[in-house]
Ligand binder design. Structure first.
Ligand code: ADP
Ligand code: MG
Ligand code: ZN
Length: 474
């Protein structure tokens, strides 16, 4: 018999907020040493009260809008109770009864054509801490407790591992392009629910849930293994399938039972009376909608229209920070394609020289626009522009002041150029001889020598003109 796999995903994404969800400790990218970002509230001291981080609501709504969800105007938090050393309060604050977003849909392009994946809900919750085992000792690091998460729950709509990966990649691209999350390794974790059924059947089979997978590669392997295990169990009665939670072991490529699936009752959910219901009124929703970044597909089209190459579009879509700088520079009057070149060729080159990546880029749109405009207007030649950019990236100088201090503008007066040229001519009598004897290349050598003397600052057209004039008199 032929079987079809049925998969539903629960994806946890750490949000890129500056602070945690219920206290003012630094968010997920802040901590350096274990337990650096911890306060009495997020370490579960008695009597501490949660204070809602507004930004979390706004990012969750933004995610909902990008995934075509209905946005709840009334949303509440619940306590989910369980005991584990990485959970200092012995409950997790999450949303059960009134999640922030429901009923969404995302369209995937796969080899089987377009496929719609329905989103059951998105809810906000806090992350747990981390247990660290070293030798015989175990430690707990609370840096991650109360880092904000959104959990995106799909309907059981996936029918292949390819669809699952296409969906996760799409989420990642969307969230990175909109500043919801950088989705780096570990910041996006999936629970994969799997069942199989005979092809053509409309009933669902027994499902198992593989918990907490952070790598796409592992997800693909786990799906392959688990689907086959289900088929074998049904076809050859190798074992009885039960609804349970399993873990994937990367080394053996197999899944192992962890525990029977908990039911809702196991968690003794109850409303969190310490947090007021959040009301999202029209005005707030409109504000969030207005700030919502253009959807990635539209954004890519926009860049394409501006003549930016596919490779560059890909880099821009995956680097929210960089595409924001580009959009701002364009808004300041620079040409998009040209500015993309400055960002993705010049900046990348300078970063690379310093052992850094595009994601490390730190430049304000104002500074970059200033450099581009100096070059475009001819006040500074391309080479000097790059020199200024290097100083801005490496030393954080002000581009305009740096240009002045180092006399990099092209308005070097002709008298200076002529005196330099006199010196060059005196020192290069052979090249002048060669030129007069018909060796055209010799002129280029003279030009190069002048540029070197002038430290690449002067206007190249002016030099060429003066050079021609002077040579004609020789
Ligand atoms: P629970 O409340 O038990 O966690 P949910 O209805 O929230 O169950 O579903 C959890 C996840 O399991 C969802 O992503 C859903 O799509 C998926 N799921 C539900 N039933 C099945 C099934 N038979 N096969 C595969 N996935 C399923
Ligand atoms: Mg669930
Ligand atoms: Zn805290």
């Amino acid at each position: 018999m032929k079987y079809e796999m049925v998969i539903g995903l629960e994806t946890h994404v750490e949000l890129s907020t500056d602070s945690k969800i219920f206290c003012s400790c630094g968010g997920h990218s802040s901590p350096k040493e274990p337990n650096d970002c911890v306060c009495p509230a997020c370490s579960g001291m008695p009597g501490m009260l949660p204070i809602m981080n507004k930004k979390v609501v706004e990012l969750a709504v933004t995610a909902g809008l990008m995934l075509n969800c209905e946005i709840s105007r009334y949303t509440t938090f619940d306590k989910k109770n369980y005991y584990y050393p990485d959970l200092p309060c012995a409950y997790q604050i999450t949303q059960l009864n009134h999640p922030i977003c429901t009923n969404g849909c995302v369209t995937l392009k796969t080899s089987a054509g377009e496929r719609d994946i329905h989103i059951k809900q998105i809810h906000m919750e806090e992350d747990a801490g981390k247990l660290v085992h070293m030798g015989k000792a175990s430690y707990v690091d609370f840096n991650r407790t109360s880092v904000p998460l959104i959990e995106i729950v799909t309907q059981p709509d996936f029918r292949s591992a390819e669809e699952v990966l296409a969906y996760l990649n799409k989420l990642k691209t969307m969230f990175r392009s909109s500043g919801i999350s950088e989705c780096e390794e570990g910041a996006m974790r999936c629970d994969v629910n799997i069942s199989v059924r005979p092809e053509g059947s409309t009933e669902f089979g027994v499902r198992t849930e593989i918990k907490n997978m952070a790598s796409f590669e592992a997800i693909e392997k786990a799906i392959r293994y688990e689907v086959q295990r289900h088929i074998d169990a049904i076809e050859f009665e190798t074992e009885e399938l039960v609804q349970e939670t399993r873990r994937f072991d990367d080394a053996s490529g197999k899944t192992f039972a962890m525990r029977n699936k908990e039911t809702e009752a196991d968690y003794r959910y109850f409303p969190d009376a310490n947090l007021m219901p959040i009301i999202i009124d029209d005005e707030w929703l409109e504000q969030i909608k207005a700030a919502k970044p253009v959807a990635i597909d539209e954004k890519a089209d926009m860049y394409r229209e501006a003549g930016i190459s596919e490779k560059e579009i890909d880099m821009l879509i995956h680097n929210h920070n960089v595409s924001t700088i580009l959009d701002e520079v364009v808004a300041m009057g620079c040409d998009a394609k040209n500015a993309a070149g400055w960002l993705l060729t010049d900046c990348v080159g300078i970063l690379r020289k310093n052992g850094k990546l595009l994601g490390d880029l730190e430049i304000t749109a104002k500074d970059l626009a200033a450099i581009i405009k100096m070059v475009d207007s001819g006040d500074v030649n391309r080479m000097s522009g790059r020199k200024i950019l290097t100083a801005v990236l490496e030393e954080g100088v002000d581009p305009v002041a740096y240009c002045k201090e180092n006399a990099l503008d092209t308005k070097v007066d002709t008298a200076t150029i002529e005196s330099v040229m006199d010196r060059v001519f005196a020192e290069n009598t052979k090249a002048i001889e060669d030129y007069k004897n018909g060796k055209v290349k010799a002129k280029q050598a003279l030009f190069g020598a002048c540029m070197r003397e002038l430290k690449n600052t002067a206007d190249t057209d002016v030099i060429r003109e003066l050079l021609d004039e002077k040579l004609s008199k020789c």
